[in-house]
Ligand binder design. Sequence first.
Ligand code: BEZ
Length: 254
Amino acid sequence: MTTKQWDAGHYNDQFAFIWEYGSRVLDLLQPVNGERILDLGCGTGHLTADIAGTGATVIGIDHSADMIDAAKSSYPAIEFHQLDATDFQFDEPFDAIFSNAVLHWVRSPKVAIQRIHAALKPGGRFVAEFGGHGNVGAVVQALIAELERHGYTDAADRNPWFFPSIATYTALLEAHGLEPVMARLYDRPTLLDGGETGLASWLTMFGDSFLHDVPTDVRDTIVNNVAEQLRPSLFRDGNWYADYRRLQVVAHRV
Ligand code: BEZ
């Protein structure tokens, strides 16, 4: 699901908030004993295991081989596959498809929704949360401005993320046979682990599309300048809080 292969150990150590917040999305899924559920973009498998704990039969898929290896080794009793959100299919359909903090990486949302529709039973539910319109807006704006100041005039085109509004995403769902029954866009300022270095770690982990070809010394300057620009709004009491906005959706296959 991701544009690069992440290091699963680093993800587990420093980005635990991703699945910790995801447990709230499980409340929307309400898995039931005996259901067949797909965890789309399962990462290191922690939420997949929580779903399995309800008695549902769950399969986890993720684009990243490293994540899938880590998931398999932590949860050997669960079925995991390395598959992309735009290129998966299973012989047996699912009662529900769940996805947390992944779909903003998928640049072909229409294709992903077509796959989701095809993999659900009629009446089956799709329950997802991911970055919505305006997500990390201040971070992205500051990063693009700094890159442009350093001569990277294509900075805005490097943005790898799809952060849709409710209107955009529910229209896509409806156009592809999924009826939205709930959609919510909300601000969720998110504490980044690491104290003073939290924002730099986040940019190192997730900002690769913007920064991959920037020489290390220039990259360090850009990251420091971004942090100084954002400090008044996103740093308090020794910690960084990224300006996350989440889009939650529940839709049923017609
Ligand atoms: C998010 O979960 O909103 C997110 C994570 C990494 C990069 C961009 C957004």
